[in-house]
Design a binder for this molecule. Structure first.
Ligand code: CMP
Length: 140
């Protein structure tokens, strides 16, 4: 399987509860390497650009406001099959459907406040990584 990179975000509900280290441990235990990471505060407009694909959805405004409600940790995870592996570690979007042991089963509060985001495919991973990181910030 090819080595891939994927964009991960630890969301405000998780940073607020001091869960960054526990979530990172799950990524690392699964064999994902954190090759870039920074803690930032988004504006609603910056979150809106990131989630533009969802702009027609009824929850778009709420999602943008939530993502700007506190610090987020944006990170690039690297590993064999990293995009699918990260989605496995995160669990289903709605924590009620997430498998036991996944980040969302253990930590997410609701479908909106679901602790983590992960890219869903190779093309979106490349776009999402470029939104937050320059090439110089990626240290493999
Ligand atoms: P994420 O993987 O970051 O991608 C889009 C986000 O939209 C998703 O996680 C959820 O946090 C959010 N989302 C999806 N469905 C709903 C919903 N019904 N209500 C509020 N937020 C939602």
């Amino acid at each position: 399987m090819a080595v891939e990179r994927t964009l991960s975000i630890i969301k405000p509900d998780a940073t607020k509860r001091n869960l960054t280290g526990k979530i990172n441990a799950k990524f690392e235990d699964a064999g994902l390497r954190i090759v870039a990471q920074k803690r930032i505060q988004l504006t609603p407009a910056q979150a809106g650009v990131f989630y533009e694909v969802h702009k027609e959805r009824p929850f778009y405004g709420e999602l943008c406001d939530f993502m700007a409600s506190g610090p987020v940790v944006v990170q690039v995870l690297e590993g064999e099959g990293a995009i699918a592996k990260n989605r496995e570690v995160m669990g289903a979007t709605n924590p009620a459907d997430a498998a036991p042991g996944t980040v969302r089963a253990e930590f997410a509060e609701s479908v909106g406040e679901n602790s983590v985001h992960g890219s869903d495919a190779a093309d979106t991973a490349a776009q999402e990584i470029a939104y937050f990181f320059s090439g110089l910030e990626l240290v493999g």
